[in-house]
Design a protein around this ligand. Structure first.
Ligand SMILES: [Zn+2]
Length: 359
C-alpha cells in the first residue's frame, strides 16, 4: 500500500493544486512546464522561486530554499505538520489513516539529497569519466536528444559525490546520517544511474546499471527501494491514464515514454505485484495493456497479471508481440515507429491472446 502522503500528493498533482497553493506569490507566472515566482523566503525582485509541475516541491536558486508542499505550508501559514497535513488531505478528499511526522521528515531529507545527486550525476554523464556509459546508451540506439531529455546519469563514486554535496551546502552531520543511511556503498561498479520516483513524483530511489554486464546481474539498487515496491516505475507521469501500457524493465519503460505514443509504467522481471496493481487501480486507470515479452514463462506472467488487473475492476488487454521479438525494446529497435503504432492498435483481449498462445 502506498502511504497517505504519497497518495494525497498524487491526487493533488493530477489537479494541478500547485496553482492554488502558490497563487498569492508575487510575480507568479508559467515558465515552460513549471511556474516561477518571487521567492517568499528572501528579498526578491526577480522571480527565482521554481514550482515544479510534476512533483510537490519548490526550489529557490538564489537563497537555496527547498522543500515540499507540507514544508511550504508550515513555513508560510504557521500551521504545524498535522495542521498542514490535514489541510492537504481534505483538499484531496482523503481520510488519512496515519500521521507520521518522522516518516515525512525522513522522506523529505531523502528527496532533497537524491535530487542533488541526480543533478550531479546527469552532468557527470557528459564528463570524460562517463564516456563508457554514454557510449552504451548510444549503442542501444538511444539518439543524442533522447539521452539528453532522459534522466540518466553517471555515478562518479562515493568520495566525489560526497564532496559535491558538501559544495552544495549539505553538512557533514547531514551526510553522515542521511547519505549513509540512503546510499549503498557496495555497488560502486553500477555507474549508469536511473532515478526512480514514487507515484507523487518524489525522487525516492536510484538504480544502477553496470554496462559491462548483461541480464538481471547488470542492475543493482543504489538505494533501499522498499518505499517504492508498490509504485510502478514512471507511473507518476501517467497517473489516472485511461489506458496504461505495462512493460517489463526500466529501460523499456523509459524508451516507450520517450516515444510518447502511449502512457506507460514499468514493472520488474517477476511480473506485476498485487501492491503495484492496487496502486494503478487507485489512481483511476481503466485498462492495463500488458506486454512483458515473449516465451511461455513470460506469457504465464502476463496471464497472472491480467487476473490481478481484472480482480481490481480494471480491464486487461494484451499486446501480441510475436515470438520473434524477445521484448518490447527488441521490437522497437528492430522495426519502425509506424510498426509500433500499429502494434498498439492490436491490443487484444484474453480470448484472442490465448488463441495466439496455443498455436
Ligand atoms: Zn529564495
Amino acid at each position: 500500500m502506498i502511504q497517505d502522503i504519497e497518495r494525497i500528493y498524487g491526487i493533488l498533482l493530477s489537479r494541478q493544486y500547485q496553482k492554488k497553493l502558490f497563487q498569492g506569490l508575487e510575480g507568479l507566472r508559467k515558465k515552460g512546464d513549471s511556474h516561477i515566482a518571487c521567492c517568499p523566503f528572501h528579498k526578491d525582485e526577480h522571480p527565482t522561486f521554481i514550482i515544479y509541475p510534476d512533483r510537490p516541491e519548490y526550489f529557490c536558486f538564489v537563497c537555496g530554499a527547498r522543500g515540499d508542499w507540507l514544508s511550504y505550508l508550515q513555513l508560510k501559514t504557521g500551521k504545524d505538520f498535522f495542521g498542514a497535513f490535514l489541510l492537504l488531505a481534505s483538499e484531496a478528499g482523503i481520510e488519512p489513516a496515519a500521521y507520521d511526522k518522522s516518516a515525512w521528515d525522513d522522506e523529505l531529507s531523502r528527496t532533497i539529497l537524491l535530487e542533488l545527486m541526480a543533478g550531479f550525476f546527469s552532468t557527470s554523464l557528459y564528463s570524460p569519466a562517463g564516456e563508457k556509459e554514454l557510449f552504451y546508451l548510444y549503442n542501444r540506439r538511444y539518439a543524442m536528444g533522447e539521452v539528453e531529455g532522459s534522466s540518466f546519469g553517471f555515478y562518479p563514486g562515493y568520495c566525489q559525490t560526497r564532496e559535491y554535496l558538501m559544495s552544495q551546502g549539505l553538512t557533514h552531520e547531514f551526510l553522515d546520517t542521511v547519505l549513509d543511511a540512503v546510499w549503498s556503498r557496495d555497488a560502486e561498479e553500477f555507474r549508469l544511474t536511473i532515478p526512480y520516483r514514487d507515484t507523487a513524483g518524489r525522487l525516492m530511489g536510484m538504480i544502477g546499471r553496470d554496462v559491462t554486464k548483461k541480464g538481471p546481474e547488470a542492475y543493482r539498487a543504489l538505494t533501499d527501494l522498499s518505499l517504492l515496491s508498490d509504485a510502478p516505475f514512471l507511473l507518476y507521469k501517467h497517473r489516472g491514464s485511461e489506458d496504461l501500457l505495462v512493460v517489463e524493465g526500466l529501460l523499456d519503460a523509459l524508451l516507450v515514454d520517450r516515444i510518447g505514443l502511449q502512457p506507460v509504467a514499468g514493472i520488474g522481471k517477476s511480473g506485476l505485484s498485487a501492491g503495484q496493481c492496487d496502486t494503478i487501480a487507485s489512481y483511476g486507470t481503466a485498462r492495463c495493456i500488458l506486454c512483458v515479452g515473449s516465451g511461455r514463462e513470460r506469457k504465464d506472467l502476463m496471464l497472472r497479471a491480467a487476473g490481478l488487473v481484472e480482480s481490481r475492476g480494471m480491464q486487461a488487454a494484451f499486446l501480441p508481440l510475436g515470438d520473434e521479438y524477445e521484448d518490447l525494446d527488441h521490437f522497437i529497435r528492430a522495426t519502425e515507429l509506424k510498426d509500433f503504432r500499429r502494434l498498439l492498435k492490436k491490443a487484444c483481449d484474453r480470448e484472442e491472446f490465448m488463441r495466439g498462445y496455443m498455436t
